[in-house]
Ligand binder design. Sequence first.
Ligand code: ATP
Ligand code: MG
Length: 404
Amino acid sequence: MDNLESAFERITVTDENDNQLVTTTTTYHKSKGAVAANVSITGLASSNNGANRMKLPLQKLAAANSSKALAASIAKVTLASQAARDHPSDENQPQAHGHRRTLTESAIYAQPSTPKQWHLGMFEIGKPLGKGKFGRVYLAKERSSGFVCALKVLHKNEIQQGKVEKQVRREIEIQSHLAHPNVLRLFGHFHDAKRIFLILEFAGKGELYKHLRREQRFPEWKAAQYIAQMASALKYLHKKHVMHRDIKPENILVGIHGDIKISDFGWSVHAPNNRRNTMCGTLDYLPPEMLRGGGKDNFYTEAVDLWSLGVLTYEFLVGEAPFEDTQVMTQRKIMRGEFTVPSFVSSEAKDLIRKLLVLDPEKRIALEDVEKHPWIIKHCAKGGERAYNRTSGDKIRSSSERES
Ligand code: ATP
Ligand code: MG
């Protein structure tokens, strides 16, 4: 993967602060040309017996070498997200598990010493999963391992025209070094003359935003479990000095087990940065310190994600963001920290929201304390990191809290 990263580096300018894309030095001549011809949007029915494609089992990614000997080995494969949940810190090693699916397809396991050189011909492309501002995402299957993933296709000219080379590079650089069950994995990337391809973990249940709109608002147990997972993911990111800066339901995907995956690292940074000039989309999740004037001196920290977590908690429980209004009014309300929580929200949940939506970034509740907060404890058997662990099963939702 390091090789690929350095290859990708070569297609853009090396100066982080320069927005211009200068030259293209493609290093993967082999993969050009022939590749495009190999691919057709045929769907992945063959591995699926006509069942719902979105329920295709995720398999261990062949993170490394695809030598024939390895490819021929038959392995028992665990759903990747399941394995990640059992072993959040390791690289999704296959695990014995009640939900394990034994597949007779070959699977190859990580060979860290031999970085994989991906190209499009290695993937069977399936149905489109969605369309973003800069490209499309397809369900895909790595041919040699049968590993199911999402392939995000970005067009270089659009990235250039949109002046988002930096964001794309950031997304790749940051996301490829992250491995947490609630952070969407980026397994690798490659490019051809016109496109950049991101090999992403497939999130079988799609966008959280759509679930929220469909359900209008989440029951408290579900909101609490999602927030616990978010806290766990953010704790992991902040430990790695990554701030996400764009936490909102649109940037959260849902895995086949209903566990959530933070995605969209385009805005995330390792160091404080100024986003004001390029601000776009909704203001609802922006913390006061990012709205405040002060130009280049405007400095903010990981605590921006805590504010957004508060907005998220509110939106999960209420169905709309706390500062939702006209642009001017939203901005004003954020700056003043003005919001009201409807009476149907429990007092524990209100308490957490109030401890997150604090104007002074320093005074916001810490992620460790979010995980220990009474509202989280009440709805998650063993706190944040265990909230989605199957072994704690039904204890996750206490029967009195269960909806329906
Ligand atoms: P933007 O261009 O603003 O980032 P976006 O996040 O919607 O918008 P993409 O990240 O390109 O754009 O994704 C487009 C859509 O494809 C998503 O909204 C989602 O529905 C779907 N999608 C993206 N990645 C995955 C994935 N890994 N698994 C499943 N579906 C995905
Ligand atoms: Mg996106």
